[in-house]
Design a protein around this ligand. Structure first.
Ligand SMILES: [Zn+2]
Length: 502
């Protein structure tokens, strides 16, 4: 549209020409500025729309069922069952709007990637409210929006990536063996959507290339061929991504990454782009101190709704595609905890090592909650890596954790212990005669060991549980128990859990 100005046939003075060119150059950003008003308001009012019943990552099909039942009775929305999972769980498509342009959003084709599913229900609450009247009118007059939340409910039940067949649905776009993949293909084809939002979660250990910032959100406009050509379909996806990146920079500066765009012929994103839908892959990663990813969910809500609004207004069109390449690439160089340069004694010799530690989740039965079993994941020179939490340990010696000299009978007996004092004396293990059979991990800030368990000699290796102390000038300053850093100068030590070794 902006090019029309060039064909105007009256004579412009050179000053006028420069002014016209200047105004044209502003055009894409004027669109962004307009939409930014709604973005700020969306961010500030988010709590009124948040679907509180979905406030943990381990959500199931049964958590969505009551919400879908309610939406079905609401005349604003049209709900239709469009398929079933292998286990027979319903896959639902929720549609609204009466516009020409069709936008299709699907989430959680990987069962353990629920962040956008939650955001979709927040967005549905937004559309059900009586606020933002003008903006919603603009959206619903111009767009028809379709949501397919939780494409892999069987995987969600087990909080696992793959479906019940054990395959990755995102590698089934060609062979179409999974009913979930078949459903996605059928719905995409029937809608022939103009825009597609392919909504995922990525590991929290991704960072924006060569920075310590986590890739809180990563984007990709997937390639549709090995040459990575950019046609109008893919170009439009890139423009929307540039638009969303500009929004996120306000709330999570430097925390956006761009995925590698190597063509993957089996993946849905790549194929849906090829089939003519401008496809935007959104990956929700990590954010400091946001274990349940609720801040990231909010950023999904704000940025996706803003993108929908800008698609409705059409003002993304002038955004330069070249901005897309400027988003830093994704890298995977984060640890939960990074210790720098600690002195480690092995067979009588001293070495200086960095340690990269991850606090890994283990699901409880039923996959509704989890506990931690942490691991050293790398050690050596880790100067090109970063940590959510980092400690310069170069003045500290690594000391093995000792066994508390008194044997406890039950967990009850631990109540009388002064945890700080136990740790300050270098005890990281406590022997217990009757370990309750109901617990899988230690609720104390040290490990519980069974009657006959022998504590192995401290040998730090990738894969080992990080448990040791850091000593400076003969005084223990820090404990690392099950990969959690405890400052011994601080008050009561609290960590989510330690381990049980029977
Ligand atoms: Zn995924």
């Amino acid at each position: 549209m902006d090019c029309v100005i060039f064909t105007i046939r009256f004579k412009l003075t050179s000053k006028m020409k420069y002014l016209a060119l200047f105004l044209i150059s502003l055009f894409p950003f004027l669109g962004i500025a307009q939409t930014q008003d709604i973005t700020t308001e969306l961010y500030d009012t988010y709590d009124s729309y948040k679907e509180e019943s979905l406030n943990k990552r381990r959500i199931k099909h049964s958590d969505l069922a009551p919400l879908l039942r309610k939406i079905k009775t609401n005349s604003r929305f049209k709900v239709s069952q469009v398929g079933t999972s292998i286990e027979g769980k319903s896959l639902s498509l929720i549609s609204l709007g009466k516009g020409q342009t069709s936008v299709f959003l699907w989430s959680q084709m990987h069962g353990d990637e629920p962040t956008a599913t939650q955001a979709i229900f927040d967005i549905l609450n937004f559309f059900d409210s009586s606020d933002f009247k003008q903006e919603k009118k603009a959206i619903l007059d111009n767009l028809t929006i379709h949501f397919l939340p939780m494409l892999n409910p069987d995987g969600a039940e087990l909080f696992q990536r793959r479906n019940l067949l054990g395959i990755d649905i995102n590698r089934d776009a060609l062979r179409l063996q999974s009913p979930e993949g078949q459903t996605l293909k059928r719905v995409r084809d029937s809608l022939d959507a103009d825009f597609g939002f392919n909504l995922h979660d990525q590991s929290t250990y991704y960072n924006a290339n060569r920075t310590e910032k986590p890739a809180t959100i990563s984007y990709l406009a997937p390639a549709y061929n090995y040459e990575k050509d950019i046609n109008e379909v893919r170009g439009n996806a890139m423009k929307i991504i540039v638009f969303m990146n500009n929004i996120l920079q306000q709330y999570a500066p430097g925390q956006v990454g761009r995925y590698n765009d190597d063509f993957e012929p089996r993946a849905f994103g790549d194929n849906i782009q090829k089939w003519g839908t401008s496809t935007i892959l959104i990956e929700s990663g990590g954010y400091p101190n946001d274990t349940e990813k609720q801040e990231i969910r909010k950023l999904n809500y704000v940025s996706i709704l803003s993108a929908i609004y800008t698609i409705a207004k059409g003002n993304y069109k002038g955004i330069p595609i070249s901005e897309y390449e400027k988003i830093p690439e994704n890298d995977r160089k984060l640890f939960d905890l990074k210790l720098i340069g600690a002195q480690y004694k092995l067979l009588g010799n001293d070495y200086k090592i960095d340690l990269g530690i991850n606090q890994l989740e283990v699901d409880y039965e039923g996959h509704n909650s989890f506990w931690y079993s942490s691991r050293v994941v790398d050690q050596g020179d880790l100067s090109t890596y970063y940590g959510y939490e980092t400690l310069d340990a170069s003045d500290f010696k690594i000391k093995p954790a000792k066994l508390y000299p008194k044997v406890l009978y039950t967990l009850e007996d631990a109540k009388d212990l002064n945890f700080s004092e136990v740790l300050r004396k270098g005890y990281g293990y406590i022997r217990m005669v009757k370990i309750p059979s109901t617990i899988l991990n230690s609720p104390l800030p040290f490990h519980i060991i069974g009657k006959a368990y022998e504590i192995p000699e401290l040998r730090l290796q990738p894969g080992s549980n990080p448990t040791f102390f850091l000593e400076k000038e003969g005084v223990l300053a820090y404990a690392i128990i099950n990969g959690f850093l405890i400052d011994l100068k601080q008050g009561e030590p609290t960590i989510p859990n330690a381990m049980i070794y029977k």
